[in-house]
Ligand binder design. Structure first.
Ligand code: ITT
Length: 221
């Protein structure tokens, strides 16, 4: 039987996206539940520091059903806006729960022009994710980036967090991102992540890229 990947996260959206991807690779994914008060998220300058800290904490909260070959997954992500020098970055959770999506749009109000391509360049942003996997006593790290831009209005329906305001750049046939305004083999046709479903989001997602990068380093991969 393939090992279970225990994902330490309180975010159902992250869990759902990782489960779709990892089940395609043959893994079972279960949520590792830990009381919020018992977890500490360091306010660090790097996503990797946060991810490593979460792995070390998860090791103190292993469930009884944890099997010999099972693995622990944590992942830390953030939205980095170019015109704001990478803000909110590692402060994404705080910014989302305080000023929210409309607040971010307001911060960028002055960066809109008639021309959609130059607006997309002025409003460039990227999601970044760092995933860490504990496997047989070792920690493996994977990173993923999804470039795009911040839309000028909310487009919601699906997703979580900043999904309603983030429009990924199109991708070419090899899934490499293209410059703003270029149509590619993979496209959301100007829709935000919030306006597409998670299977479609996973084609672009920083999270999936981090997981692909991470799982490609496993000896059996
Ligand atoms: P954990 O319990 O796994 O830590 P979290 O919600 O705190 O979940 P992160 O620290 O990884 O998640 O991400 C910080 C915030 O960045 C998150 O709360 C969202 O607002 C935003 N974010 C991260 N990934 C996102 C995505 O794929 N789509 C939209 N927003 C995202």
């Amino acid at each position: 039987m393939s090992p279970t990947v225990w994902f330490l996260t309180g975010n159902e959206g992250k869990l759902a996206e990782a489960s779709i991807h990892l089940s395609n690779l043959g893994y079972r994914v279960k949520q590792l539940m830990v009381d919020e008060e018992e977890l500490y998220e360091p306010q660090a300058e790097s996503l990797e520091v946060v991810a490593r800290s979460k792995i070390n904490q998860a090791l103190n909260h292993l469930p009884e059903q944890f099997g010999n070959n099972d693995m622990i997954l944590v992942e830390d992500a953030g939205l980095f806006i170019k015109a704001l020098d990478g803000f909110p970055g590692v402060y994404s959770s705080f910014v989302h729960s305080t000023i929210g999506n409309l607040g971010v749009i307001r911060l960028l109000n002055h960066l809109s022009t008639e021309d959609p391509v130059s607006s997309a360049n002025l409003r460039a942003a990227e999601f970044r994710a760092v995933a860490a996997l504990w496997c047989n006593g070792e920690i493996i790290i994977g990173e993923g980036i999804c470039p795009g831009h911040i839309g000028d209005e909310l487009m919601e329906g699906n997703g979580f967090g900043f999904d309603p305001i983030f429009i990924p750049y199109d991708l070419d046939e090899h899934k490499n991102p293209l410059p703003a305004g270029t149509y590619g083999d993979y496209s959301t046709h100007g829709k935000t992540f919030g306006a597409i479903d998670s299977v479609a989001k996973n084609k672009f997602s920083h999270r999936v890229r981090a997981l692909e990068n991470l799982f490609s380093q496993l000896p059996s991969a």
